[in-house]
Write a new protein. Structure first.
Length: 547
């Protein structure tokens, strides 16, 4: 039974190591060990403009047109810079598309001297927001538009900035787009005003889409299983996401028709989303635009407009950090773009508790320490049972070792003698394993919270730790982590088998090496957990007279 207990623990530990190594392979650009997919294209083709050569939309809406891909005759284009207190936006006068979003409150994950760029359109990266009209030769995201006079910067004392673009008369329709930026807000109001300038009624449809290449975000936290790709949300089907590779294979199955919800493009720490008011009928789509270029969006029909009539429709474009409270306030379900994975049911209350602690403490590093202390207190009695069992196992180890040496040629008698010793000493060889297994989902969920929370980005703790989302620049925390892991090994019962005993010392060293690449906040969490575990185990060992 002692061997069985150790075998189970080694299987769990070894499998965890394999999964962590697999994540590291993916993070460093190598193929995954399990189910490797096709290698991602390093750069988006320069000729592949967003939605050029777009395929037809899902045939869920009768008569739905394809998002246009054919460009009209070349016209002069301009890149327009617009600034608020949280954004530097870049608009392209071709379609008044948003082709650049710099977040002024966040720094680049790799270059701390630059602001974080969420959206861009260049040979290395394509990520843009586009809108336009369907149903005829109407203005779309390939149509030349004019910037109307007005300020391009949110000035001190102002709370709102409006930037307006206007198309020419195309197919008897004129389109006016108004973008409203508010102080401190990451959601942009987008108003589409459609004017029938022709002599016949028109029935246009409005499309809103996000277009992105399939490249993984740079600067991801090593070993974190963060999702990058499109997602949709409706009240009926809730949150539905799709990997780029599933879109390639045509395996996407999302709700096509709804009168509520949103579409989003998600990555580590940040997301963008198109939001329409409830009650507005819409068709949702995800599709591959071209090689390594994908889109997610929605189409909504407008009223039939008689000559001279006009109609306006309001939407919002969110482009910013995945902060749960702010996302929840914008629209139901938007907070789900912060993806905790399969342990969301545990991760969300853990994040809530961490956020509450931060509201009192004011430092995310100390809030992590406080949260681990509370969790250890909650599991105190479970841990006490586990450590007591380990202490008793350690106490009888000399007797077990002597017996194994004496009966090494008689395995059946050895097993019977071992069971007799366990009965006489009242030791359960599985007693130290089960209580720890029960806690594993909670601590995995906490790991997910820390690796997914943008609040850790640029958040200082003490001294040299100025960014909890980055690795320790001097590797002090990983070295402390290694020391605590070795101390825990010393406190645990030593396996009678010499080879197993050596592995018990080697594996913590191997495992600790990985922590040299972990974010500081994650290492801090593990160190705190280790120190509290060591303290409790040492007290129990002393109480039971085990050295």
């Amino acid at each position: 039974m002692n061997d069985i207990r150790r075998t189970i623990l080694w299987v769990i530990f070894g499998f965890s190591m394999v999964l962590l190594w697999d994540k590291w392979q993916i993070h460093t650009g190598n193929k995954a060990m399990f189910f490797p997919g096709p290698a991602a294209t390093a750069t988006a083709p320069a000729a592949a403009k967003p939605a050029t050569g777009a395929a037809a939309l899902p045939a869920a809406t009768a008569g739905a047109s394809a998002v246009p891909g054919a460009a009209p005759a070349p016209t002069p284009r301009e890149r327009v810079k617009v600034n608020s207190d949280v954004f530097q936006l870049t608009f392209d006068t071709e379609g008044a598309s948003l082709v650049g979003v710099d977040l002024l409150k966040y720094v680049d994950l790799n270059d701390k001297s630059r602001h974080f760029t969420l959206m861009a359109e260049n040979p290395e990266h394509v990520y843009v927001a586009q809108t336009g009209l369907l149903g005829g030769t109407f203005p779309n995201h390939k149509t030349a538009m004019s910037l109307l006079p007005g300020p391009r910067e949110l000035k001190d004392g102002d709370n709102e900035l409006v930037v307006r673009f206007e198309s020419g008369d195309l197919g008897g329709v004129k389109l006016i787009k108004s973008f409203t930026l508010r102080r401190g807000a990451y959601d942009i109001g987008v108003r589409h005003e459609v004017v029938n300038t022709g002599t016949a009624p028109v029935s246009p449809q409005l499309y809103l889409q996000l277009v992105r290449d399939g490249n993984k975000q740079e600067g991801d936290v090593p070993f974190s299983s963060t999702f990058t790709g499109p997602a949709v949300y409706t009240d009926a089907q809730k949150y539905q996401k799709a990997e780029f590779k599933d879109i390639d294979k045509g395996k996407v199955d999302i709700e096509k028709q709804a009168s509520n919800g949103f579409v989003a493009m998600v990555q580590h720490y940040f997301a963008s989303a198109w939001l329409l008011g409830d009650g507005i009928q819409r068709e949702l789509f995800m599709r591959k635009v071209s090689d390594n270029l994908y889109s997610v969006g929605m189409i909504t029909p407008l009223n039939t407009l008689a000559p001279g009539e006009r109609q306006s429709i309001e939407a919002r474009l969110y482009a910013g950090p995945e902060e749960e409270k702010k996302l929840e306030a914008l629209t139901p379900g938007l907070e789900l773009v912060k993806d905790y994975g399969w342990l969301t049911i545990l991760a969300k209350p853990l994040y809530w508790l961490l956020d509450q602690l931060h509201s009192y403490i004011g430092n995310w590093g100390w809030s992590i320490v406080a949260l681990v202390v509370l969790l250890k207190a909650a599991f105190y009695w479970l841990n006490a049972k586990a450590y007591s069992s380990m202490a008793r196992m350690k106490a009888i180890n000399p007797k077990i070792t002597e017996m194994r040496e004496r009966l090494k040629d008689k395995p059946q008698q050895m097993q019977q003698e071992m069971m007799r010793i366990y009965r006489e000493e009242k030791v359960n060889p599985m007693g130290g394993c089960l209580p720890i297994l029960i806690q594993i989902p909670v601590f995995i969920a906490l790991y997910s919270v820390l690796s997914s929370s943008v609040e850790m980005s640029n958040a200082p703790w003490i001294g040299w730790i100025t960014d909890l989302s980055a690795k320790d620049p001097y590797y002090i925390l990983p070295l402390v982590m290694t020391g605590t892991s070795l101390l825990q090994t010393w406190l645990n019962p030593t396996p009678p088998d010499p080879m197993q005993a050596k592995m018990m010392w080697i594996m913590p060293l191997v495992f600790s090496v990985m922590f040299f690449q972990f974010a500081s906040g994650l290492v801090l969490y593990w160190i705190t957990n280790n120190i509290l575990s060591i303290a409790q185990q040492w007290v129990i060992n002393r109480r039971l007279g085990v050295n």
